[in-house]
Design a protein. Structure first.
Length: 375
């Protein structure tokens, strides 16, 4: 489920809306009718000179030339009585019409280039962070992403869910910074995670690989400030347990039988700082029950503020949001409900990247008490 604040199509190089294409024609009819109803000493016809520039924003060179020809005919034929221009006036209108045709031709070419560039950029960003499939192995999934930088699909947050020989593993992370400057770090972490899903036998080994990748990239770029927070999950094949490792990331929420529990995971240091060598990461284990849902998120959610400066209380608001979704299996609806509520809370949406990842195991969602242990 994606992501990014959508601009109107005509601002992205797509065809303009229908009303914009009808506007020059309607304005021409209204001006001609208004001139016919006004006294002869009042000339409104010269307002027609503004129609070709307006048409240039909605039509190509050919359509704009058609409007320009109509305007020149209406103004230049005295028998129509629309206006009585002198030679210099008509020449000025003709120059405006010619300039409008040129503007329309340039705009059309730029629109085509913009569509091509955006298509390539979106394809590249989706290759970095593809949509989460509705099911990975036997784990149901739904993701939602909103980039803070206007017009982008990927920012400084990341998530992924992959199946491997050690079970289904999930990652939610938040790299330093946001926007396009952080995309390279996001791509590096996701690539390392996808390799670790296949090769590394434990979550601490996965975290070590991610940490090593960030440190290597920082050394190669002569930049010692590349770091990221991350939460790693691993579902056992039986789906009765989920293992978690936190690298300075906000904890996951367990949704069980209408209640919300913030899972206690001993936090480790962020990735990329090399502190894991000094402070070994701890793996937390949580018992899962049929129908349980996990909601993972980045700090763009919980650090969002309303007009008074209060933080968004995610865990407190989820029970009410659950009543508006389609039941335990509606993970996409849950993520969308959180985003809509967050947008209302912040009056337009947070200024940081936002990532939500909802996961669930099959079952009827029977109630049970969460059990957490440390390995």
């Amino acid at each position: 489920m994606r992501r990014g604040r959508e601009e109107p199509g005509w601002l992205r190089g797509e065809p303009p809306p229908r009303w914009a294409r009808f506007a020059p024609s309607v304005a021409m009819v209204v001006l001609v009718a208004a001139q016919a109803l006004t006294p002869g000493n009042i000339e409104l016809g010269f307002f027609l000179a503004g129609l070709p520039p307006v048409a240039a924003f909605s039509y190509g060179a050919t359509g704009t030339a058609f409007f320009a020809a109509l305007v020149l005919a209406l103004l230049g034929l005295p028998g129509l009585g629309v206006a009585h221009p002198r030679g210099a006036d008509l020449a000025t209108v003709a120059a405006i019409c010619l300039l409008s045709v040129v503007i329309a031709w340039v705009r059309k070419r730029r629109d085509a280039q913009l569509v091509s560039v955006r298509t390539v950029a979106e394809a590249a960003q989706l290759a970095v962070l593809p949509p989460v499939p509705p099911r990975v192995g036997t784990v149901r999934c739904a993701g939602l992403y909103r980039a803070a930088q206007h017009g982008t699909l990927v920012g400084g947050d990341l998530y992924d869910v992959r199946a491997g020989p050690y079970g289904v593993r999930a990652l939610v992370g938040d790299v330093q910074g946001h926007g396009l400057a952080a995309v390279a770090t996001v791509a590096a972490l996701l690539g390392a995670f996808r390799e670790a899903v296949l090769d590394d036998g434990g979550l601490t080994a996965v975290a070590a690989r991610l940490d090593r990748r960030l440190r290597t990239d920082a050394e190669n770029a002569s930049d010692t400030e590349v770091f990221a927070t991350a939460l790693l999950l691993e579902f056992t094949p039986a789906l009765d347990l989920v293992r978690m490792v936190s690298c300075g990331h906000p904890p996951a929420l367990l949704l069980r039988h209408g209640t919300v529990t913030e899972l206690e995971v001993e936090p480790g240091p962020p990735l990329g700082l090399g502190l894991a060598d000094l402070t070994p990461l701890r793996v937390s284990v949580v018992a899962m029950r049929p129908g349980d849902r996990l909601l993972l998120h980045t700090d763009g959610v919980t650090e969002a503020r309303d007009a008074t400066g209060a933080f968004y209380p995610l865990a407190d608001r989820i029970p009410a949001l659950l009543r508006g979704t389609g039941g335990p299996g509606d993970l996409a609806g849950l993520a969308e409900a959180v985003w809509r509520d967050l947008a209302r809370f912040t009056e337009g949406g947070p200024r940081d990247d936002v990532a939500l990842l909802a996961l669930s195991v099959p079952g009827d969602g029977a109630a049970a008490v969460p059990m957490t242990s440390q390995l």
